[in-house]
Ligand binder design. Structure first.
Ligand code: FAD
Length: 486
């Protein structure tokens, strides 16, 4: 009698190497059924956005090809995951479902529902770690609480020693014999057609496991050494751009960590870059443990007193921000990079987020939602934690009164305006001395550069000094709410 199958449920672990769930299933010697479920039901408001769907299509194409080479077909199904996986497991007589743990609050509920469903049919759910270096429950303060501050979290994580060594990809996987029906990926219509806005994404990205490994290699060879200095510069490619690959699990943080350590051993003077890079990877861990312990992080301010902030409902201002038409070049450059490529440099994310919250006084949740739809690396934990960090309402957040001045930020981090010229070409002919603040340019210079403010490029949507005063006044209300609560 042939062995009963194991169902490997792929989620945010779209890779063959260092995939503990897959390797464990293969090691049993049982036939393997590989399944991905497009679940637009369970996440509620956090169903995947447009840019993520584009990425997912490519990533599944790549995963499917790799699995085929190893001997199995990737089955695609659509619907609420506990129902779809549960029914498939029962119908095929699978003894168990193996998966990698996910940390979104809705995903955790899905795991519980599936476990219950399987257990009533004599099957089981086996959940494996692998998306994070350490499980959130492993790291606690001395008092036994979850961490709210990054630095002690980092110290605690790094004191545990090197993360687990990555596993190799299985080369041969035994398939199930029976023919099981799969959806057609194209029928999921994950790709935009009318209009096809993904041209810039195709230019910039290679989704999938091979693309992730190539990106890591390129970063380690070209930028690890200078990462500490260059990571804040949007005008150079100084960061890894691994975020979408990490989000979809095309690469594990363990693989990034160990490859970076090995690269630094080969390169003189890369120790500092290595430490900074590992610390950034650990910001991802920190955000995930925050989300696990504070599941309302994506919706509600971590510091409840921020609910008292007098937010604006100015839809026109929100739209100007989304379209990159605020009249502040570094903000507009960032928003246009995002729209075109599905990505924005971290420094610029901080600038545009601060501008939305503190210059336009628009709730951070609006920005979070826009990023959710437009980022290829949209990630519930990282996005929510970062927006709250900028808003000042988060755990270990930047103080609210630290308001980024967009002109100074542009001059400091894009000194030759290479980034601004790339994304805001209509002001490209302005000299460096005024390009970050076109409204300060004398008429003659504007004319020579072909810039007509209010016509070819907007006037600034708000005045920095006045906006700053309004934001600080709003913050007084938060302080008052805190004092009342205290
Ligand atoms: P690198 O500098 O090469 O860093 C390596 C990896 O570390 C990243 O790929 C990422 O996984 C992790 N990382 C780096 N910085 C952070 C951070 N601050 N928080 C958590 N993880 C981090 N990142 C996302 O992955 N998804 C998001 O939806 C997201 N939304 C953001 C929203 C705002 C307002 C801000 C300010 C930041 C956001 N970030 C988000 C964090 C950060 O901007 C990106 O992770 C980073 O820019 C990705 O580029 P990279 O891969 O080249 O980063």
């Amino acid at each position: 009698m042939s062995k009963k199958p194991i169902l490997v449920w792929f989620r945010q672990d779209l890779r063959l190497s260092d995939n503990r769930a897959l390797s464990a299933a293969v090691a049993t010697g049982a036939p393997v059924m590989a399944v991905y479920v497009l679940d637009d039901v369970s996440p509620g408001a956090w169903r995947m956005g447009g840019a993520s769907r584009w990425w997912l299509h490519q990533s599944l194409t790549s995963l499917s090809a790799s699995l085929k080479t190893a001997g199995v077909r990737l089955l695609l199904r659509r619907g609420a995951a506990p129902d779809v996986i549960g029914t498939l497991a029962v119908d095929t007589g699978a003894t168990a479902v193996y998966c990698t743990r996910s940390y979104e609050p809705w995903a955790a509920k899905v795991e519980v529902a599936l476990k219950t469903k399987l257990s009533t049919h004599g099957s089981e759910l086996k959940r494996f770690a692998g998306a994070l270096l350490r499980e959130p429950e492993e790291l606690r303060t001395q008092a036994g609480d979850p961490f709210k501050v990054y630095t002690p979290f980092w110290r605690s994580l790094s004191s545990k020693g090197a993360p687990a060594v990555p596993l190799p990809a299985p080369t041969q996987i035994t398939p199930v014999k029976s023919k099981i029906v799969s959806d057609d990926l194209a029928a999921w219509t994950l790709l935009p057609t009318k209009p096809d806005w993904a041209g810039g994404m195709r230019e910039h990205w290679q989704p999938g496991e091979a693309g992730a490994q190539a990106r890591l290699r390129r970063f380690l060879d070209a930028a690890l050494k200078t990462y500490t200095e260059d990571r804040n510069r949007p005008d150079v490619e100084g960061t890894s751009r691994l975020s979408p690959h990490l989000h979809f699990g095309e690469i594990s943080p363990h693989q990034c960590w160990h490859a970076a350590v090995a690269a630094a051993e080969q390169q003189r003077g890369a120790d500092k870059g290595l430490e900074t890079f590992c610390k950034e990877i650990v910001w991802r861990e920190f955000a995930h443990q925050l989300l696990v312990h504070w599941p309302h992080l994506p919706e509600k301010p971590f510091r409840p007193e921020f609910a008292a902030f007098p937010w604006s409902k100015d839809k026109a201002a929100l739209r100007a921000w989304q379209r990159g038409q605020t009249g502040y070049p570094i903000v507009d450059a960032g928003m246009r990079e995002l729209w075109h490529t599905g990505y924005m440099h971290n420094r610029v994310r901080m600038i545009v987020a601060s501008f939305l919250i503190k210059h336009l006084l628009i709730p951070w949740q609006e920005g979070e939602a826009w990023f959710w739809d437009t980022l290829v690396d949209a990630d519930l934990a990282n996005n929510a934690a970062s927006w709250q960090w900028v808003a000042g309402s988060g755990a270990d957040a930047a103080p609210y009164f630290r308001i980024f001045a967009p002109v100074t930020q542009g001059e400091k981090f894009d000194p030759e305006a290479v980034y601004v010229r790339r994304w805001v070409p209509e002001i490209a002919r302005l000299p460096n001395s005024v390009i970050h603040a076109p409204w300060t340019a004398p008429d003659a210079i504007l004319k020579t550069a072909g810039v007509v403010l209010g016509k070819t490029y907007p006037h600034p949507i708000v005045d920095h000094a006045a906006a700053r005063q309004l934001a600080l006044a709003g913050y007084e209300k938060v302080k008052a709410a805190n004092a009342t609560a205290g």
